[in-house]
Write a protein that binds this ligand. Structure first.
Ligand SMILES: C[S@@+](CC[C@H](N)C(=O)[O-])C[C@H]1O[C@@H](n2cnc3c(N)ncnc32)[C@H](O)[C@@H]1O
Length: 330
């Protein structure tokens, strides 16, 4: 084969690898099937043995070891495989047994309301979290991972020094994505996940265990009940965080005053070595609610800086709502 031919093959191989990696990330995060890069996939099918690509895709998704242990929901896998079968049959003359075998496994598995979502890290490995499928369930928004948590995790992976050797408190942790990413990659000294909802706290504890954060050698990790409106000053002084983070906590106008008052109290706690930092990531779904939060921060003397440096895209999520990350200080 000529050099030019070899180069062309290498380019196609690299494109196929990228498409498979993108499908894998979307599958394990249970993103909507319409967000998959189907056009690129179809282009790759035209250039190669199409059945082989479907088999490789199965190996990266339904047959992947992560899926064998902690799978996305059965409903999601069923829809995914049905779509693959439809697309395979549009391009090949013979049905592909591997696709039907995988579907048979899914059809035989029981439907559960808990599913697993996995988010692959650039350094290797994945964060796997048990989550509910519905965005609001058990009377809380905390049983799923929200976009702002994924953004905050991406920001943390690019700014590990903001957490290194720090005593970190996370407010409204939900399923724990941001905290697990910080503990895995940013070497905090101590990390406290917190929330107020009993169901969220139970699941959060399971997720912390599932991701091996209680293993010796890592940071000291705790999961605590901490209600923004009820936590005593004494408890905050005991925790003495020098870094506080929160994702997607600015969404309910009724609790903004309580949250802002807690942030003000946290910044007033004396810390040993440096002024405290508070980082808040918010998906700005309702600009009025968000503007109210920023106004209330200003009223109690909290100044803020919008962090605008580019953040590497690592996780797949819906980026249609603007996400703003701020650092609050006195
Ligand atoms: C939209 S969810 C965000 C969860 C997570 N940070 C994320 O971004 O994926 C908001 C979280 O804040 C928690 N929360 C709401 N009000 C709270 C309060 N008063 N005290 C503590 N946590 C609260 C909820 O239980 C929920 O887990």
């Amino acid at each position: 084969m000529s050099d030019r031919g070899k180069q062309g093959d290498n380019v196609h191989d690299a494109a196929k690898k990228n498409i498979l990696a993108e499908f894998q990330a979307l599958f394990f995060a249970m993103r909507s099937l319409s967000s998959y890069p189907w056009h690129s996939f179809e282009r790759a099918l035209q250039r190669a043995d199409s059945s082989q690509i479907f088999v490789e895709l199965l190996e990266r998704t339904c047959l992947h070891p992560v899926c064998q242990k902690k799978p996305p929901s059965a409903k999601y896998r069923r829809r995914f495989l049905t779509e693959l079968i439809k697309r395979h049959e549009a391009t090949a003359s013979e049905p592909l047994d591997e696709l039907y075998d995988a579907l048979a496994v899914v059809l035989a598995s029981e439907e559960q309301c808990v599913c697993y979502k996995s988010y692959f890290l650039p350094a290797g490995g994945a964060i796997t979290l048990a989550e509910n499928e519905a965005t609001i369930s058990e009377g809380t928004t905390g049983m799923v991972t929200w976009e702002a948590a994924l953004y905050l995790a991406e920001w943390a992976l690019g700014n590990p020094q903001a957490f290194q050797h720090r005593v970190v408190l996370e407010l409204g942790s939900g399923m724990g994505l941001a905290g697990v990413a910080v503990c895995r990659s940013c070497h905090p000294k101590r990390y406290t996940f917190s929330d107020c909802h009993p169901g969220v706290l139970r699941r959060l504890r399971d997720n912390v265990k599932l991701n091996g954060l209680e293993d010796p050698g890592g940071p000291r990790v705790a999961v605590e009940e901490l209600d923004w409106g009820a936590v005593a000053d004494e408890r905050l002084r005991d925790l003495r965080p020098d870094t506080v983070i929160a994702a997607d906590v600015v969404y309910d106008p009724d609790v903004i005053d309580t949250l802002v008052s807690l942030l003000r109290r946290l910044l007033a706690i004396p810390v040993l070595t440096r002024p405290s930092d508070i980082y808040i990531a918010s998906a700005v779904r309702n600009p009025d609610t968000y503007a109210y939060f920023r106004r209330q921060c200003g009223k109690v003397g909290l100044r803020h800086q919008v962090l605008t440096e580019p953040v590497a895209r690592i996780f797949p999520y819906n980026r249609t709502s603007a996400i703003e990350m701020i650092r609050l200080h006195l």
